[in-house]
Design a protein around this ligand. Structure first.
Ligand code: ADP
Ligand code: ASP
Ligand code: MG
Length: 243
């Protein structure tokens, strides 16, 4: 039995059919005897849509209120995924960040996760699948915060570290990390394994397949990562310390 963090990005949960597909992946992992913490992004395009709505209200929309607004995207997909699992007779539960709580520090719209309580989740892990909305947390004042664009990757890494998971699997819409963006350069080559340093360089240069600060945290705490496709069974890319 392994403890696994499985993170699904925006395209992977972009429609009801895709959420049902993700639920089948999670079900398979759970029924293989693993303990599963699932982290989800908002449906693709949702976060931008919400930002645009806030701009219709004000060019200087309150940063605190923006965090309230943006955090809703991941809450929608969490409950839909948990609901899809329950429909497949798998016990599943969404834990919103304030319920856990996942604590953050820093400015609104750009906070970072500093800690998380483990008690409630560890208790439920023996009974069913845990679903957590990515990209958000709670400040020490009790305000909802978000942790930067692409931040669900950082939520997954933080959870893997805090819960001492055996693996942290980043499911996305490409087969893994490529030499360059495979959606722009079709001859880009998939990389089987890559060091944290090299991955950090790629993501800092714009390879948004992994959020740079998530890679940084993984490197700091030596959390091995695997980036793979939600839609194919191909082998992904392993990211780890290669010294
Ligand atoms: P998710 O919603 O799953 O978090 P993202 O859109 O954040 O996915 O990241 C995946 C996208 O990153 C791919 O669709 C791809 O276009 C882009 N990308 C850019 N550079 C790379 C790269 N070097 N390797 C893989 N994907 C890349
Ligand atoms: N939904 C957020 C974003 O679009 C976080 C994420 O997808 O990782 O930036
Ligand atoms: Mg992403």
């Amino acid at each position: 039995m392994a403890k696994k963090v499985l993170k699904f990005g925006g395209t992977s949960v972009g429609t009801i059919e895709r959420i049902q597909h993700v639920a089948r992946i999670v079900k398979k992992e759970y029924e293989a005897g693993n303990q599963i913490i699932t982290v989800v992004s908002a449906m693709s395009g949702k976060t931008n849509e919400l930002i645009n709505l806030s701009r219709e209200i004000s060019k200087n929309f309150s940063k605190r209120e923006l965090d309230v607004l943006l955090s809703s995207g991941e809450q929608v997909t969490s409950s839909l995924l948990a609901g899809a699992l329950i429909e497949m007779n798998i016990k599943a539960k969404t834990f919103l960040n304030w319920q856990i709580p996942i604590l953050t520090e820093g400015d609104h719209n750009n906070s970072r996760i500093i800690n998380s309580s483990t008690e409630k989740i560890n208790k439920f892990l023996d009974q069913g699948v845990v679903v957590i909305p990515g990209f958000q947390g709670i400040s020490k004042n009790g305000d909802i915060t978000t942790i930067g664009r692409g931040g669900s990757d950082a939520t997954a890494v933080a959870m893997a570290k805090i819960f001492n998971a055996d693996s942290c699997e980043i499911y996305t819409d490409v087969d893994g990390v490529f030499s360059t963006d495979p959606n722009k350069i079709p001859v880009a080559k998939k990389i089987d394994q890559i060091s944290y340093d090299e991955m950090l360089e790629l993501s800092s240069l714009g390879a948004k397949v992994m959020q740079p600060s998530a890679v940084q945290t993984a490197m700091m705490y030596d959390v091995p990562l695997e980036v793979k496709s939600t839609f194919t069974e191909r082998k992904g890319t392993k990211i780890f310390n290669q010294e």
